[in-house]
Design a protein around this ligand. Structure first.
Ligand code: FE2
Length: 275
C-alpha cells in the first residue's frame, strides 16, 4: 500500500507520499524499518479474556476528542460553522464508524489509536478499519495543531530547526503552501520528522493515510479535504493554507511535538559526553 514518489507532483517538494491503492510499491521504496509494529500484531480473541469490560462487550473503543478551544475560537480564519460541521459531523462519523467496525470483531481491542493504525496497516495490505482509524488520529492531530492567535513566524527551537532544514522560514512557508496546493483531491499536508534522515520534511498523503505508518513523526498536520475549507473559502485553497500558517498554526504545540520527537530522533549533531 502507498508509495513514495515525487514524479507525479510538479512542485519542488522534499518528499511526497501518495496513496493511490494498496499496491506493494511502497515496500520497494522504503525499508521495512519504517513501520515497526507493536507486538503482538494480531490478538486472538482468547487473549482478551482478562481484559476489564463493563458488560462483557466493548461498545466504544475511541472517543470523539474535542478541540482544545471553543468552536468559534478560530474565527475569522476558520468559522464556528466549519468547525461544527468538520468536527461535529465528519470527525464524529469517523469515530463512530471505527467503533462500529471494531465492534463486529474485537480482535483489535486494547490498542492505542496509533498502535491500531500500525496494526491495521498490515505492512501495506490494510484492514478495513485502517482508513477510519487514520482519520480519527489525523483529526485529533489537526485540531491540536492550531490555537487562537496562532501562526506567524515561529520562535526558538522551532525556528532554528526550520532554518536548518529549509534554509529560512519563508522557504518553509513557500514549500508548505505549494505542497498543500499540490494535493489532488482529498489528502493531508504535514511537517514531519524523517526519522532516518534526522530532519524535518514536508510530506503529503492521500485520502486518510497518516505518515506515522511510514516511520515519520508528524509535527504539523493540515487537512486538505474539501470539507475542511469549502464553507469558508470555497475553492480558494491558497487563502485557507496561508491563513492556517499566518494565523492558526500553534508553534507552542510544534515545540512540544519537536521535543517529544527528539526523544527518539537526534535532529542535531550527536553530542555524547566523554566518560
Ligand atoms: Fe477533515
Amino acid at each position: 500500500m502507498g508509495l513514495c514518489s515525487a514524479t507525479s507532483n510538479p512542485f519542488p517538494l522534499s518528499f511526497q507520499l501518495q496513496f493511490p491503492n494498496f499496491s506493494s510499491q511502497f515496500n520497494n521504496t522504503l525499508s521495512p524499518n519504517h513501520c515497526k509494529l507493536p507486538a503482538p500484531f494480531v490478538k486472538k480473541k482468547k487473549q482478551l479474556n482478562g481484559c476489564q469490560r463493563a458488560s462483557g462487550k466493548v461498545v466504544a473503543y475511541y472517543n470523539l476528542k474535542k478541540p482544545p478551544y471553543e468552536l468559534d475560537a478560530l474565527e475569522p480564519y476558520m468559522s464556528k460553522r466549519t468547525v461544527e460541521v468538520h468536527w461535529g459531523e465528519h470527525h464524529r462519523n469517523y469515530v463512530e464508524r471505527l467503533n462500529k467496525a471494531l465492534g463486529k470483531d474485537d480482535v483489535l481491542y486494547g490498542y492505542t489509536l496509533e498502535e491500531l493504525i500500525k496494526v491495521a496497516y498490515r505492512n501495506g495490505s490494510p484492514q478495513f478499519e485502517f482508513n477510519d482509524a487514520c482519520q480519527v488520529w489525523n483529526h485529533n492531530f489537526f485540531w491540536e495543531s492550531m490555537q487562537p492567535g496562532g501562526g506567524g513566524t515561529p520562535e526558538m527551537g522551532a525556528l532554528q530547526q526550520i532554518e536548518k532544514d529549509f534554509g529560512s522560514y519563508l522557504n518553509f512557508r513557500e514549500q508548505f503552501v505549494l505542497a498543500a496546493l499540490g494535493t489532488f483531491s482529498s489528502g493531508w499536508v504535514w511537517l514531519a520528522v524523517n526519522s532516518e534522515e534526522r530532519r524535518l520534511e514536508i510530506v503529503t498523503t492521500k485520502n486518510a493515510v497518516t505518515p506515522i505508518v511510514f516511520g515519520y513523526i508528524p509535527i504539523i498536520g493540515l487537512d486538505m479535504w474539501e470539507h475542511a475549507y469549502y464553507l469558508d473559502y470555497k475553492d480558494d485553497r491558497w487563502s485557507y493554507v496561508t491563513n492556517f500558517l499566518d494565523h492558526l498554526v500553534s508553534w507552542d504545540v510544534v515545540l512540544l511535538r519537536m521535543a517529544r520527537a527528539e526523544a527518539f530522533v537526534n535532529l542535531g549533531e550527536p553530542n555524547i559526553p566523554v566518560a
